[in-house]
Design a protein around this ligand. Structure first.
Ligand SMILES: NC(=O)c1ccc[n+]([C@@H]2O[C@H](COP(=O)([O-])OP(=O)(O)OC[C@H]3O[C@@H](n4cnc5c(N)ncnc54)[C@H](OP(=O)(O)O)[C@@H]3O)[C@@H](O)[C@H]2O)c1
Length: 244
């Protein structure tokens, strides 16, 4: 498979967490140019490398998608990383949060895929990398809206992979377990730091792995689900009802 060396890469949500780590990992892999986008350009760290091109970008704004697609029309690797998580169960919590999760994690990410598919096709061999979540496989009662939005994104990722298969574009899904970023602020779980995870993600992309699970927790959850989805459901049942 093609290496990332000298490639032009666009990463959304690059100002913190996994996105920021992906920028650093892409620099270390020898990327030629990295469009590091953030909805607040002032929030982007100084990566200290002029291969990084900072761009202000909110993925939920279709006008901005059009502008960014024109600006970054040499993109060869699109990394759809931006995402949000709003807590709430199916039966409780406000519906606004669930709509927001769907708006950002699913609909806006689909709009990104639509805008960039023709660009990637022009710049083949190309890749689309969607940061999903192991929540896509998991009945997580506390964050049910987030899990549903990631299940929807996982499904869209599998479908668009087939749609783009003959166009020189490889589509990857990335489904981490819990990683130590702001998204998990306040959690007492032991979690890996995003820098190491970003390095694994990009190495797996280079290795041509289509469905990437970059961490041990994610792998454990996936294996439990693969044995029988009810096994993983039991884990969350016990957690929800305080039986472990
Ligand atoms: N951390 C985990 O345990 C974990 C596990 C599995 C999957 N993931 C996924 O990994 C991705 C990165 O998450 P993270 O853990 O790094 O979380 P994070 O630290 O909360 O970062 C989320 C990033 O997404 C950006 N973002 C949110 N809404 C946006 C929008 N409308 N337009 C543009 N950017 C937007 C945020 O920008 P602002 O700073 O402007 O808010 C921020 O840069 C997400 O898709 C998340 O679902 C995370």
């Amino acid at each position: 498979m093609e290496k990332l060396q000298n490639k032009t890469i666009l990463i959304t949500g690059a100002n913190r967490g996994i996105g920021k780590s992906l920028v650093k990992a892409a620099l270390a892999k020898g990327a030629g140019k990295i469009y590091a986008t953030s909805r607040g350009i002032k929030n982007l760290p100084d990566f200290g490398d002029d291969r990084v091109v900072p761009l202000e970008f909110d993925i939920t704004d279709n006008n901005q998608i059009e502008y960014i697609a024109a600006k970054a029309s040499d993109t060869q690797v699109l990394i759809n990383n931006a995402g949000v998580l709003n807590p709430g169960t199916v039966l409780e919590g406000d519906m606004e949060g669930k709509q927001k999760d769907m708006e950002v994690n699913y609909f806006a990410t689909i709009n990104m895929m639509r805008a960039f598919a023709p660009i990637l096709e022009k710049n083949t061999p190309a890749r689309m990398v969607n940061i999903v979540s192991i929540a896509a496989y998991s009945p997580l009662p506390f964050i049910a809206g987030y899990a549903a939005s990631k299940a929807a994104l996982f499904s869209a990722t599998q479908a668009v992979r087939i749609e783009l298969a003959k166009k020189g574009i490889t589509v990857h899904s990335v489904s981490p377990g819990a990683i130590d970023t702001d998204m998990n602020k306040g959690s007492e779980w032991e979690m890996p730091a995003p820098d190491g995870i970003a390095e694994i993600i990009l190495s797996e992309v280079e290795n041509g792995v289509l469905d990437i699970i970059p961490d041990d927790m994610g792998k454990g959850m996936y294996n439990s689900w693969r044995e029988a989805p009810s096994n993983l459901a039991q884990t969350f049942h016990d957690m929800y009802h305080g039986e472990e």
